[in-house]
Design a protein around this ligand. Structure first.
Ligand code: MRU
Length: 344
């Protein structure tokens, strides 16, 4: 089954509705900037790279049918970029993509509105296409760290559904299959929104990849049973010192991996590195609705009035990370000097 997370089709953005998976494969047309904001906010589209690509198209949609001067269109765009930036706080790819779209507008010096609009659409398409290449390269690098027959545990969904193809953490699984190498993937279900169950196990299973779904509290057991030789996760933001924000539960997995001497790799497109954020404590962590914890499948599993804490992400300190793997290469024992060197 070929799933298109994000597609620019004719003159509109089409998103796969990830909130309906795995039970229904359905697509939603996005024709206004408000719809794009809502799609990111409600997680119809989610995963750091996919959020970035969607926001880039959203920026174009904001002025797609604008009628007026280029100066007025630039003013409108600026307003809508600020609006889109409020859709979710943690994945830095959102702000990175919006900034890139803003730069294109800023550098545009002509007064032809159609040309201005075309430049913005082109930039969104370039961001989209770059994502595919980045993910494939991350997969190639990660594959050099793995051996045939190994077990790999992943958390949340840093898969094709979280990007535009291959995924980041899952990219080596797709490439291994292409190359006839066999890997055994363990997917944490990933409470409270179950991205591991609803998305990772779904996409890997349908791709014919050997995947075993486990509940989050089984990770220690499969590690203790020598079933896992590597952990690979994605990330939403890497701070300058190498601390990494990713889906809630990642920190626990990293601590377990350290305990069992299992390498812990973070698949990271360079747009996910935020050198302006000195350490992980500076990364804004999204807190989501208490209903995600209270009613994970629609029915209450606890008293509706009970207090709930629902941070959507956690921060794994750099010292627990064996390597950060970007499209440009592998950064062993990440620190500020090594991360800054990536951009030189
Ligand atoms: O809340 P989500 O589903 O957007 O969180 C997704 C993750 O935490 C992913 O691991 C991360 O964005 C990397 S996706 C390649």
């Amino acid at each position: 089954m070929e799933l298109n997370t994000i597609e620019w089709k004719g003159n509109k953005l089409v998103l796969l509705d990830q909130t309906a998976l795995p039970n229904k494969v359905s697509y939603i047309d996005m024709t206004t900037v408000e719809e794009v904001w809502q799609a990111i906010h409600s997680m119809i589209v989610r995963g750091a790279p996919a959020i970035g690509v969607t926001a880039a198209y959203g920026a174009y949609i904001a002025v797609q049918y604008f009628d007026g001067s280029v100066e007025e269109a630039k003013y409108e765009l600026k307003k809508q970029l600020d609006y889109l930036a409020t859709s979710r706080p943690t994945a830095v790819n959102l702000f990175w993509a919006l900034e890139r779209m803003g730069k294109v507008a800023e550098l545009f010096s002509g007064n032809d509105l159609v040309e201005f609009q075309e430049r913005l659409l082109n930039e969104a398409i370039v961001i989209h296409m770059e994502d595919i290449k980045i993910n494939r390269n991350i997969g190639e690098h990660l594959l050099t760290l793995l051996e045939d027959g190994q077990g790999v545990l992943t958390h949340c969904n840093a898969g094709a559904l979280a990007t535009t193809k291959y995924g980041t953490a899952t990219s080596p699984f797709y490439l291994a299959k292409e190359k006839g190498m066999s890997l055994k993937v363990f997917a944490d279900e990933t409470r409270p929104r179950f991205q591991g169950a609803m998305l990772t196990s779904f996409e890997l299973y349908h791709a014919g990849i050997d995947v075993t779904l486990i509940t989050d509290n089984m990770a220690a057991t499969v590690m203790s049973q020598n079933k896992v030789q590597a952990v690979i996760v994605g990330c939403d933001r890497v701070a300058a010192n190498g601390d990494v924000a990713n889906k809630i539960g990642t920190l626990g997995v990293a601590i377990l991996a350290k305990h069992y001497g299992i390498p812990f790799y973070v698949a990271t497109p360079t747009p996910t590195i935020d050198l302006n954020c000195a350490t992980g404590t500076g990364i804004p962590i999204e807190e989501r609705s208490k209903d995600e914890v209270l009613k994970p499948t629609g029915q209450y599993i606890a008293p509706p009035e009970v207090k709930v804490y629902n941070p959507a992400f956690d921060v794994t300190p750099a010292h627990l990370i064996t390597a950060i793997v970007t499209e440009k290469g592998i950064i062993h024992s990440p620190n500020e000097e090594k991360l800054r060197a990536v951009f030189k």
